[in-house]
Design a protein around this ligand. Sequence first.
Ligand SMILES: C[S@@+](CC[C@H](N)C(=O)[O-])C[C@H]1O[C@@H](n2cnc3c(N)ncnc32)[C@H](O)[C@@H]1O
Length: 227
Amino acid sequence: MRNEMMHRPVLKDEILDLVRNRQRQMDGLLGEIQQQAYTDDVPIIPNETATFLRFFLKQIQAKKVLEIGTAIGFSASLMAQAMGENGHVTTIDRFDVMIRKAKLTFEKMGLTEQITLIEGDAKEVLPTLEDTYDFIFMDSAKSKYIEFLPECLRLLKVNGVIMIDDVFQAGTVMHDVKEVPKSQRTIYRKLNSLYDAVLAHPDLTVTILPLGDGVLMISKDVENIEI
Ligand SMILES: C[S@@+](CC[C@H](N)C(=O)[O-])C[C@H]1O[C@@H](n2cnc3c(N)ncnc32)[C@H](O)[C@@H]1O
């Protein structure tokens, strides 16, 4: 489960030190979970992405969030805390080891009322969801983002935001395919298909942020999006 790309940052060392280490780490129990995950190399979002997520959810006053990729429940807890008791997070994961750990996290954090954990593959779960969301955080297998995108756009409110984590592959997404190791070509192709699908789309507003291994932010301008 090691997140290799977290160890291949795209920023200069001193800028990385500023955004990752000088920005305050999370407080209290959430902070303990964060530090333990970094020590154990559990692939949770890096501190700069966590800080941004908390800031952003407060600014857009999100109340309903969907997450794909719970892991130990760090980002789901952070988002639930940022929204306060009127907010709700629905989070999906398919890996039993992570599901057990996430349940413990939500109990310890006192967030079981504010977070619904759906166990299963997002590919099967997403088409069954009927609610709409202010914010959707995609943080699962990178090669599946393009596959999950139409369902996520269906579930997103107009002007809502989809945030997709780890979209740079340490910058190799911009390399010529011949320079990319064969083992990474599926991810390379799928991430490039994702960029092709959204960057020039007339009904989406999109921006890319150099947080962690890259974040893609997509907002939908109209109800029905053809992708
Ligand atoms: C990078 S971790 C998520 C970290 C978490 N968002 C955090 O920052 O605290 C990715 C998680 O996505 C889950 N995952 C990957 N593909 C999935 C899929 N198709 N459906 C559901 N979960 C998936 C993995 O089991 C793993 O726990």
